[in-house]
Design a protein around this ligand. Structure first.
Ligand code: MTE
Length: 328
């Protein structure tokens, strides 16, 4: 007998959110609702441009965002406290210490922000952030972020599905991959004065991975616009892959036909692959991936790592026929 159960990541709010945060978030949403009624007064409408446009809500004075809730929720684990999400970061452009991004990323200019779109697509050029993301259609998704360094967080992101954004650029059949680049400004990003990686930071996805409904472009977290250290004003979130695939502060998107070079694979190909799906059975050459530290839950809090970070029922089909040990 086939019993249809809800995928584990489609639980209700109360399953994942501690009560006080749940109540607090309602307040944020109420405030956001007021914002939404004043939105959509710009000249460029979704019909005109093909890419949705709205009032640049990301630039609101108090930083709050209007968003709708969705069924995308992790199945277990409380939200990571906000100060851990915004205080324990990897953003090597600002230094390799976990607190460097929170200390130094304020120097990055995020407004105005534009994204260059190139390659195999009907619509290419340089687009303002507000013409890439429909700030009137933001949704919240609570995903687990699993870093390749064997720690994880549960983060309430706000943003839009990546596939919706990419489709608006009308990729052609030659667009087999999509490549992303991070903003690079050596004056503002003190870490880029050191050759830790070959800057700018680059990442990529196969186009069918990018079009998977779980792939997300975040412009906010915890009800507010993204802090710079988390990748303002727009970053990728690919929850079934190690966190380094979730590239921050994106200012270039390219539709390409060949697998694009990606920063960590270029830097250490034996350690980091293009796919980098979370896989508890494949150890990193220098450490096990079978379990992970839960950030913000005390020094000894750990959990077993899940295949595809627990999102297998939504993404495993993407890799049918592939040997994930050799094609990692
Ligand atoms: N993007 C850029 N541009 N530079 C980086 O150093 N680090 C990655 C990813 N995106 C990184 C990046 C890694 S290793 C992780 S785990 C996540 O960002 C961390 O995201 P967070 O700091 O918002 O938790």
């Amino acid at each position: 007998m086939l019993i249809k159960t809800k995928p584990s990541w489609q639980l209700t709010d109360a399953d994942v959110t501690p009560q006080h945060l749940y109540m607090n978030r309602r307040k944020i949403m109420a405030a956001g609702g007021a914002l939404a009624t004043t939105a959509f007064t710009t000249a460029c409408s979704a019909q005109d441009s093909g890419v949705s446009s709205g009032e640049p809500a990301a630039r609101t004075a108090d930083g709050s965002l209007s968003f709708s809730e969705t069924d995308y929720r992790v199945s277990d684990g409380a939200l990571t406290p906000e100060d851990a999400v915004t205080g324990y970061n990897n953003f090597y452009e600002f230094g390799t210490g976990k607190d460097d991004p929170a200390r130094y990323a304020h120097a990055m200019t995020t407004d105005p922000w534009s994204i260059e779109v190139t390659g195999h697509a009907g619509r290419t050029g340089i687009f303002a952030l507000e013409d890439v993301v429909d700030f009137g259609a933001l949704e919240e998704r609570i995903y687990r972020l699993r870093c390749v360094e064997a720690w994880s967080m549960v983060i309430p992101w706000i943003g839009v599905p990546l596939g919706d954004v990419l489709s608006a650029f009308e990729p052609t059949s030659d667009a087999r991959y999509v490549a992303f680049e991070t903003y690079l400004n050596r004056d503002e990003m003190r870490g880029t004065r050191f050759p830790v990686l070959d800057w700018p930071y680059r990442e990529g996805l196969r186009i069918d991975e990018a079009m998977n409904p779980l792939a997300f472009l975040a412009v906010g977290l915890y009800g507010n616009v993204l802090p710079n250290q988390n990748g303002a004003p727009i970053r990728l979130v690919v929850p079934w892959k190690y966190g380094f695939k979730s590239i921050k502060s994106i200012n270039k998107i390219s539709f390409v036909s060949e697998e694009p070079p990606t920063s960590w694979k270029q830097s250490a190909p034996r350690e980091y692959g293009f796919y980098s799906n979370v896989n508890p059975n494949r150890s990193h050459p220098r450490w096990s991936q079978s379990s992970e530290r839960i950030i913000g839950a005390g020094p000894f809090a750990r959990r077993d790592t899940e295949m595809f970070n627990g999102y297998g029922d939504a993404v495993a089909d993407l890799y049918a026929g592939m040997d994930l040990d050799s094609e990692y």
